[in-house]
Write a new protein. Structure first.
Length: 150
């Protein structure tokens, strides 16, 4: 049990980081298709779809790298948690409005991912960020060393 508590947070952190790196690389490889996926949600104005498609993958990549490296873990996990909340709201909105769209999460084109599966997957990712924030030593606040008088 002690080993599990010791290694689980790091395994979850690295896995979550790798997932977001993969998702980012797929989107970066085809930004026009990703912009189309963003536009399919019919939430943002036209120009903002391209802005989101240009910025989101690099934010995902950056935060994924932070998690994998174990550097600035809390910041990376908090941003990924916020992104997941936004993604979940967008997918829920698509479900409520009856939009038959692909989530655009990991692949562009091809078979569609059910919005319910995307929502469940994002819920798991959000839970993973909470595991990282709560249990990973790199995400906990460390007190600053006291200032030494000279």
């Amino acid at each position: 049990m002690n080993r599990l508590r010791r290694y689980l947070p790091a395994a979850v952190r690295v896995t979550l980081g790798a997932i977001f790196i993969y998702a980012a690389v797929v989107k970066i490889a085809d930004p026009v298709a990703f912009a189309g996926s963003v536009a399919a949600y019919k939430i943002l104005p036209y120009f903002a779809n391209y802005l989101a498609a240009a910025v989101l993958p690099f934010l995902e990549l950056f935060c994924g790298v932070l998690l994998v490296l174990g550097y600035r873990v809390k910041a990376g996990a908090l941003i990924i948690a916020a992104l997941n909340v936004v993604f979940m709201a967008a997918v829920a909105s698509a479900i409520v409005r009856g939009l038959d769209i692909d989530c655009g999460c990991f692949k562009q084109g091809g078979d569609k991912t059910s919005p319910w599966i995307a929502l469940a997957r994002d819920t798991v990712f959000l839970a993973m960020t909470f595991v990282v924030l709560k249990l990973d030593p790199g995400a906990r606040r460390h007190p600053s060393p006291p200032m030494q008088e000279q």
